[in-house]
Each structure stands twice: as C-alpha cells, then as structure tokens.
Design a protein. Sequence first.
Length: 507
Amino acid sequence: MRRHQPQSQHQCHQKSARLYDGITDIRDSLIDQAAFPEHPEKKPFWKSTKKTWRYAAAAAVLAVAAAIGTALFPFGTPTSAHTIAEADYPQSAPYPDETYYTDSNGDGKDSFSDAFNAWREDTSARRRLAAGYADAMDGFLTKSIRQFLSASTENNAAFSPLNLYIALGMLTELTDGSSREQLLNALDCKDLKTLRSRINCLWNANYCDDGATARILASSLWLNESIRYVPSTMKALANNYYASSYQGEMGSAEYNRLMQDWLNKQTGGLLKEQVSSLDVLKKDTIFALATTVYFRGKWLGEFSPENTSPQTFHAASGDMECNFMHKEKIDETYYWGDHFSAVSQTMGDSGSMWFLLPDEGVTVDSLLDDSQAMDFIVSNDRSEWKQQKEVLVNLAVPKFDISSQTDLAEGMQKLGITDIFDPDVSDFSPMTRNTDGIILSQAKHAVRVAIDEQGVTAAAYTVMSMTGAGATMPDEVIDFVLDRPFLFIITDAAGLPLFTGIVRQPA
C-alpha cells in the first residue's frame, strides 16, 4: 500500500507504538503528538476537487451487520492497515463441558459443580450490572422496529434494534451540536453519560462467548489515512464501545478487503453475499463505522426431525409448500391481544424466540401499527401481560432461513436524524478538526436469521438438562400453526428484543 511518508519508517513506527500504548492510559497531549505529526498543513483532500465541496464531500459511512449463524470465526485484526486502537473484549467464564467432568465409569466429578457455579456467578454478575436498562429503551424499540420492519411490504424483513442502537451510539460520539442532539433524542438519551451507561449495560447483558452460548458484539472505525482524527474520541470509542480503529488508503482494494474480512469474521461468514456488495471505503470516504451482532442459541426442547413434514404456507403471493417442525401438546403460556396470539420457545440462558401470529383476516404489517401488539413486542416482562393462560399447544413452525438488507438513510431521517445528511449543518468536530462538508452518505443494515429443529442455529453444542417435579398439566389444547405471514422476536434473557422480523415466504 502506497502512503504519504513525511517521516522515516523508524519514526513512524515509534509514533504508532506510542499511540497504541496511549489509547488506554496516557496524557492526551502525548497522544495528540502521535496522532498529529508536525508537518506542513495541507488542504483536506476532499476540498481539492474542482466540484463544489458540498456535493463532492466524502462522508462518514455507517455499515451495520447483524447475524444469526452456525459457526463463529475468531476475531480478526487487519495487519496491513495502521491500528489506532484494538478493542479488548470481555472474557466469559466457560460453560463446563460435561464430558470433561465425567470419569471412565460415567460418573460425574465433584469439580463440575465448582466450574458450573463459576459460570453461573459470572452470568449472574453481568445481569446484575445491567438490571433495569431495557426499561428505558421502549421508545427507541417501538420507533425503530415499526420504521424498519415496515420498509418492505412484499419481502421477508429482519432488523436488529440492538445492533442499530450501538451503531447510532458510536455516531453520537462522533458528532456535536444539533447533530448530536438529534441522535440523542432518537436514542431517548439526555446526554452522553446516559448513553454510555446504557451501552455498558447492553454489553454486560448480552455479550457472551462461553462455549455454549454465543452473543458476540463488535464495533470498528475505519479512517482515511489523510484524516487528522481527535485522539480522545478514539479513546472514548475503545473504552465505551469496544471499538477497534484502523487507518488506511481509502479506495484501495486491500483496505476494502480488510473491512470485508472483519465483517465476515464477526458475523460467522453468514452475510458474505451482502458484505461482498458493500462499497463503503471509497477514495473520497473520510471514515466508516461498522457494528455487528452474532447470536447462536439452541432450543431447550428440540424439535424432533421425525416430526418435520411438508405443509402449506399461505403467503400473500400464493400458497407454497414448506417443511414445518412440529411439537404436540407442549405445556406453554399462550398470549393473545385484540388482533394476534403468541407463544415462545426458550433457548435457556441464550434467551427466547417469540412467534406472533395475526388473527385471521389481519395482516402482519398492520400489527406494526397496533399499539397493543407493539407493547407486547417491546415488553421485557411479558409475565405481567393480562391476556395469558397455561395451555397445551400443538406447535407448527416453518423452518426458515431469511435475510434482509435495508438502507437506513430514509428511516433515520424519519426518526428525526437529519443534520448529519446536510453539509451545511452537520457537525463531526469530535471526530476530526477538518469538519467542513462531512455528511452521512451510506447507512446499510443486513440481517440473516435461520431456525431448524435444533435451534436458532444449526451448530450443535452442550445442552444443560434440567429436571424437576412435574406440574399439573392443563386440559385445554390450542393449535398454534404459523401457516401464514407472522412476526418473530428473538430476545435476550432479560426480554430485550435483539432481532425482530416478518416471515412472509419461509421457502
């Protein structure tokens, strides 16, 4: 990669090392010295064109990917790009592998309980730190789910409110003035302190990579090698968002490949097609940010493959044959509203998947405008829902593997985030000293969700078996057959929606 090198290679190496060490604990003045080398000031590259800067200005780019998948790639670190900061991800206590704690006679070892208790305490401690955070997110969840799931009325749709929340949080750190105020209002936060506290809770509640459960969050920032960034902002992103920062030659095939590799690794390779079509690191791009979510969960009670059979799904475009998974007479809590009914399937500590079926004659899209249905979707404590009862459910769920790509720009503006799209009023001063004409030019969101008999992913892992005293079985039996377009929600253990979607055509 060809770079502008005003200093010797040895000097640059020294400054890079000093900057990397200083990201975590060093005087900002020393970081500034490394980040802003003393060479003659030159005109920002996006002002050197003959065209009017407001139309030729490069932009901040928001690239968002959320995925549910079958394999987790290790976190990758670009090596040919200059690393400004490398995120230090939290460590999860490992879930004890029962085979390791079983002797040759098949008996369990005493040390298993110690390992299990350590894992349980680590999980409980994270939840205690995050207790109550989801209560303040109802406004954002309602607005964003309604906005981005209703963007398409013909195709399958999927959206991760958690992923977008973190991405908009990072963007808030990079803006100021009315640009920041609009983002804070959209996120229902009064100031940066509140936002950072909530992001911290999101991480503690959801980040998990213990060998049995995977909920992996990742963030990164990709800078043009010509930009003079503000070091304290990079430090805030690393500390509060676990965001790694890189700097390289915008528009080069190598820099684009590094970002695509990073996205593929963070999303388990499930969004390769969507990632390969991304073209965000163009020559005139100033910076791009990317956030990802990776989720893997296993049904606590699996569907038996022997009970999977073809069945008709009544799509809006016409009937189609799909493979349906079945469970008969399972003891479940059945919920209902004026225009929908709902049941869930748990994934233990991974969370739950909720299925919302509109009543006959009610369209799935109309539920997004139904305040009662939206209250149910964003609720993190459905035990308080008045219309519920314990019944035996004959459950039929179509197997599906759906993906969705969304351009977020129009939806963001409808949420009140407009300044960052206007070069006359946008304010990215916390990001760089050269702030004239910076706008948000692209905002992409891609999601893939797959379910089968094993769970929300096809990967097999150790499942914890739980037994207890049998409860009295209810008498009433309800057929819950998802044979027409329906909504789904994937929640964390606290009930916060991580992924939402509409299945219109499962096959």
